[in-house]
Design a protein around this ligand. Structure first.
Ligand code: FES
Ligand SMILES: [Fe+2]
Length: 392
């Protein structure tokens, strides 16, 4: 974000705080609860937003050095992500070309060779088949044709993108747009180091997981004993960038920031930025840590999903320092709030949606991100948009 815009955004937050106002969507929208339960809709979303759409699978720091790898199974197809000897980010279908066994089962690590556990066919970090035991018994084949199936992979601005289809196209410029790309570039995502992560299986639709990141109206209530101590609720800045968005939550430290000259205002002291990267990523850069939350639908049940949360250390903090350990503790605490407070509400919403108790739920004027999430999904699927109903 340009420095002048950072100052303007902090001024806007202060003005809203002082006047008791908030960002205003201009009305309310009614979202049908079938959006969270309809199996046909869930299948269409999986096809269009996941199976046939570029996916952010991590940040450059997930693969810190040549030989680093990571596996990823949330999309159905097992995927192996590597950093090759030459340092290039690559993605493969993690399936042996002999008889289809998953080759690498570890979640992450460093390896020069990936050996299939069935008959020991072996691949290198470029996916090349480099070992085929007992060719005199098995038969000699053209190994150059039998590498791991490669998937499109792009490393851009420190984001790792993969397309789950071998013939898929990834165009980060088009996915993010120039304005958001410039904003994200300022976070130096390529310099972040992976700190840890967690995986939550939750009995709620993946969009309910996204919804919980879309407003701070709930902070004084749901997070009364946790996040509300550090944040003012129900006050934020909000901007959209095509299919994506950026919220700025209001930290209570803004009260100290306001006493400084604007030249000394720090965005991460006064606010917590929360970016939504279509379709399923929340990117949250904090002081010492950056959080990435990704939600994946369950293929068999619209009422279930898996969330992956990853924590990354910002470059000004030394690895293995006290500050890094404290940052990880804070990050795990934040993950715990999402799991034990937000996602408990999401699962409750799902139970009521499954029961058919309500035909629709309501997105308030102070919840513009929810308007944007759902109308973006609907537009992408060719559905009619949810109309805005002005209120007093
Ligand atoms: S299935 Fe992998 S070596 Fe046989
Ligand atoms: Fe929350």
């Amino acid at each position: 974000m340009e420095r002048s815009e950072e100052i303007d955004q902090i001024k806007t937050l202060l003005a809203r705080l002082d006047s008791g106002t908030n960002v205003d969507a201009g009305g309310v929208r009614y979202n049908p609860t079938s959006a969270y339960t309809d199996p046909d809709l869930a299948a269409a979303e999986r096809r269009q937003f996941f199976d046939h759409h570029p996916q952010i699978v991590g940040l450059s720091g997930d693969l810190p050095e040549p030989g680093s790898f990571m596996t990823f199974d949330e999309l159905g197809t097992p995927i192996l992500l590597t950093r090759s000897v030459s340092g290039e980010f690559k993605a493969f279908v993690n399936v042996c070309r002999h008889r289809g066994v998953v080759v690498e089962t570890a979640e992450r690590g460093t390896k020069r060779r990936f050996a299939c556990p069935f008959h020991n066919w072996t691949y290198d970090g470029d996916g090349t088949l480099v070992g085929l035991p007992k060719t005199d018994h098995f038969g000699e084949l053209d190994r150059s044709e039998l590498g791991l199936v490669q998937l499109p992979a792009v490393e851009n601005l420190g984001l790792l993108w993969v397309h789950p289809r071998p013939d898929g196209v990834i165009d980060p410029d088009e996915l993010l747009g120039a304005e958001l790309a410039a904003d994200l570039a300022d976070w130096n995502l390529g310099e972040l180091r992976w700190l840890g992560g967690d995986r939550y299986e939750v009995e709620c639709n993946w969009k309910l997981a996204m919804d919980t990141f879309g407003e701070t109206y709930h902070f004084p209530v749901l997070h009364a004993d946790t996040l509300y101590g550090a944040f003012y609720g129900n006050v934020q800045c909000y901007d959209t960038f095509g299919r994506n968005h950026r919220m700025l939550l209001c930290r209570r430290e803004i009260d100290e920031v306001r006493n400084l000259p604007p030249d000394d205002w720090d965005l991460c002291t006064a606010t917590l930025p929360v970016y939504w990267l279509f379709p399923n990523v929340q990117f949250i850069p904090s002081g010492n840590v950056v959080y990435v939350v990704r939600a994946y639908p369950d293929p068999a049940d619209p009422g279930r999903h898996t969330s992956r949360i990853s924590f990354y250390l910002r470059p000004h903090v030394s690895v293995d320092s006290d500050a890094a350990h404290f940052a990880e503790e804070v990050a795990r605490g934040f993950g715990g709030v999402i799991r034990d407070e937000d996602y408990v509400m999401s699962a409750s919403q799902q139970r009521s949606a499954n029961s058919g108790a309500l035909g629709h739920v309501i997105f308030g004027r102070n919840e513009p991100a929810l308007h944007h999430f759902h109308n973006t999904y609907r537009a992408a699927l060719g559905q009619e948009l949810l109309p805005l109903h002005p209120t007093g």
